[in-house]
Design a protein. Structure first.
Ligand code: HEM
Ligand SMILES: *[C@@H]1O[C@H](CO)[C@@H](O)[C@H](O)[C@H]1NC(C)=O
Ligand SMILES: *[C@@H]1O[C@H](CO)[C@@H](O)[C@H](O)[C@H]1NC(C)=O
Ligand SMILES: *[C@@H]1O[C@H](CO)[C@@H](O)[C@H](O)[C@H]1NC(C)=O
Length: 323
């Protein structure tokens, strides 16, 4: 081969590699995304989440759930934060979110602080991701490396919520398939359900379980019935902790609760009911580090669901409205 041909091929190879690396950088999330453009981004989110949890412990759980509901509906794109408008019938009023998904005021507060120091740089989708991570850490759970660079959707679709968010009345096969539809494994699903070691649920979502199911601890059912009347009506919104023992600690107690038939939701107890999830529930109940490790991995997987990157989407100035 002539040296000219070799040089030409070398140049071509370099161009191809350059193009490829550009594509990779645009297509992927990275932990250092805001290092140059907004070094205060991560510390500002952390401080604000700490303050929010200091005011109300439950807010940690609410922020974790907000990230889950964002990611499962058309990817982690901040779509859950958009208010309804003339052009948008968004996700907030969909059944799984209405009077249920909490924490958007905390995200608004963080966004307004970030707009002051680096306007138009940090996406609402990344704020949700960072807030979920910091909530878990603050309540005693594991830490992991958070990749960033998600951009925000320009719209949201209400009916996509019920299509993608699993119902608390789901069977185990239904839960597995709704996570599989997002590229997440059964192990991811079982580990992520461990987020129910924090937070609360409304009576209307576990009434059938405490009054009509048989795979439930009798004393537990009795105590839950005291604040959840059998007929629908004024008690529908009464709250119970998902983990009655340690509702504000991110620990492996959720799995201990399942093994004693004290899962609050039907969708909790199906994870330990003689089926394929029993083995992992048992492992997590005796080995908190195994749970923490798998939970962290699963949170990274969930945070990678269909992000908008590069020039797709936008960086919203106000998380409630498209620019
Ligand atoms: C496996 C399928 C899941 C189902 C069926 C489910 C269902 C529910 C339901 C019905 C509630 C109570 C909502 C209310 O009463 O307003 C709830 C709360 C909660 N969920 Fe899930 N969830 C699932 C998975 C997840 C995942 C993957 C996460 C996060 C990684 C999560 C985090 C939470 C948290 C932290 C709360 C408490 C929120 C608060 O107190 O504001 N859940 N979930
Ligand atoms: C709705 O969409 C129209 C057409 O794209 C646009 O001109 C208008 O500003 C939008 N209204 C709102 C409230 O976003
Ligand atoms: C329990 O089951 C019975 C019989 O199917 C039904 O009539 C009743 O409404 C159920 N109660 C609750 C609280 O789900
Ligand atoms: C607990 O899980 C961790 C992580 O998977 C593992 O390295 C460790 O050996 C387990 N400990 C026990 C006692 O099984």
């Amino acid at each position: 081969m002539s040296s000219l041909a070799t040089a030409t091929m070398g140049t071509l190879l370099c161009i191809v590699l350059l193009l490829c690396s550009t594509v990779i950088v645009y297509g992927q999330l990275t932990p250092s995304f805001y290092t140059r453009s907004c070094a205060q981004a991560v510390p500002i989110v952390k401080d604000a989440v700490r303050q929010a949890i200091a005011r109300e412990k439950r807010m940690g759980g609410s922020l974790v759930r907000l990230h889950f509901h964002d990611c499962f509906v058309n990817g982690c794109d901040g779509s859950i934060l958009l208010d309804d408008s003339t052009n948008i019938t968004g996700e907030k009023k969909a059944i799984p979110n209405a009077n249920s998904a909490r924490g958007s005021e905390v995200i608004d507060h963080i966004k307004s602080q970030l707009e002051k120091v680096c306007s138009g740089v940090v996406s609402c989708a990344d704020i949700l991701t960072l807030a979920a991570h910091e909530s878990v850490v603050q309540l005693g759970g594991p830490s992991w490396t958070v990749s960033l660079g998600r951009r925000d959707s320009r719209t949201a679709v209400q009916r996509d919520v019920t299509k993608n968010i699993p119902s608390p009345f789901s069977s185990l096969p239904d839960l597995i398939s709704s996570f599989q539809a997002k590229g997440l494994s059964a192990q991811d699903m079982i580990a992520l359900s461990g987020a129910h070691t924090i937070g609360q649920a409304k009576c209307s979502l576990f009434r059938t379980r405490i009054y009509n199911e048989t795979n439930i601890n009798a004393a537990f059912a009795t105590s839950r019935k005291a604040s959840c009347p059998s007929s629908s009506g004024s008690g529908d919104s009464n709250l119970s902790p998902l983990d009655e023992d340690t509702p504000d600690s991110f620990d492996n107690n959720y799995y201990k609760i399942l093994r004693t038939q004290r899962g609050l939701l039907h969708s909790d107890q199906v994870l330990f009911n003689g089926g394929s999830a029993d083995a992992l529930v048992t492992t997590y109940s005796v080995n908190q580090s195994a749970f923490f490790q798998d939970f962290a991995t699963a949170m990274v997987n969930m945070g990678n669901i269909m992000p908008l990157t590069g020039t797709n989407g936008e960086i919203r100035k106000n998380c409630r409205v498209p620019n």
